[in-house]
Design a protein around this ligand. Structure first.
Ligand code: ZN
Ligand code: ZN
Length: 256
């Protein structure tokens, strides 16, 4: 199983892209930085796109990917029903951008929407995918993805913590988790449903209490302007917990 981080940030710039992960070149997780990171032929290999929630930094490239996949769809897009509804009403609505559920033809659309239910596993291209609810400002799920050889990754998407029920349900080799802000912004992070390094530490202590180990942890969704502070504080957390925690970056590849 290979994870490639296409976008590791909450902010876009010349050197940073909005959050998007790619598993074995075929499963995309969130679509913030999907098209700008991949050649057209790499985009053609994608079998399905899994969306954690409807915030713009996670769905934007459904529009840009849709235009590219117009000729080779349908591509399956998995998300909570309410998330798919927001995407239909507010992004792919024939006003902002085409409705790819009925174009180019209703019998051969660009996208097929596949609603997921929290706690209900689905099989996608041979991968076992378990969506689990996470706390954020809007309805959101993380995804536990297990490949045929039994290796697995859990991606939280955006979350403000309180992940105990997720941790009880999973045992991944790799945890990709958000840390949006540095510790000095903790109250803002808590209000908006995001983590800081100190809150990450609490989550990881909880993970270890419930599961008896800590997986390799990769942090994503950093705000660019405070990334250096986040890096220093995450390094401190890693030291205190004796854990393998690294900040993700665009182009990072991890093989399990
Ligand atoms: Zn969000
Ligand atoms: Zn976000």
């Amino acid at each position: 199983m290979e994870l490639e981080i296409l976008g590791a940030h909450q902010c876009e710039s010349l050197n940073s892209k909005l959050v998007s992960l790619l598993i074995d070149k075929v499963l995309a997780l969130d679509a913030g930085g999907l098209t700008s990171s991949l050649t057209l032929s790499d985009q053609q290999r994608i079998k399905a796109i899994l969306i954690t929630h409807h915030h713009f930094d996670h769905i934007r490239d459904l529009a840009t990917f849709g235009i590219n996949a117009y000729s080779w769809g349908p591509i399956d897009v998995y998300a909570l029903d309410s998330v798919l509804d927001v995407i239909s009403k507010h992004l792919l609505n024939d006003v902002v951008y085409p409705d790819f559920l009925k174009n180019p033809r209703p019998d051969k659309p660009t996208f097929r929407f596949c609603p997921v239910e929290p706690g209900k596993e689905v099989i996608i291209d041979g991968y076992r995918v378990l969506p689990l609810p996470v706390k954020h400002g809007v309805p959101a799920v993380g995804y536990w993805i297990t490949s045929r050889d039994g290796k697995s990754i859990f991606y939280t998407g955006d979350t403000g913590g309180g992940c105990s029920s997720c941790w009880e349900a999973i045992s991944p080799e790799l945890l990709v988790i958000e840390v949006c802000m540095s510790n000095s912004y903790e109250s803002m992070a808590q209000q908006s449903g995001h983590l800081t390094p100190r809150l990450l530490k609490e989550e990881l202590i909880d993970f270890k209490r419930l599961n008896g180990y800590l997986p390799h942890v990769v942090v994503v969704h950093m705000i660019l302007s405070i990334e250096d502070e986040i890096r220093e504080e995450v390094a401190q957390v890693a030291k205190e917990l004796g854990a393998n925690i690294t900040l993700g970056y665009e182009g990072m590849k991890i093989t399990l």
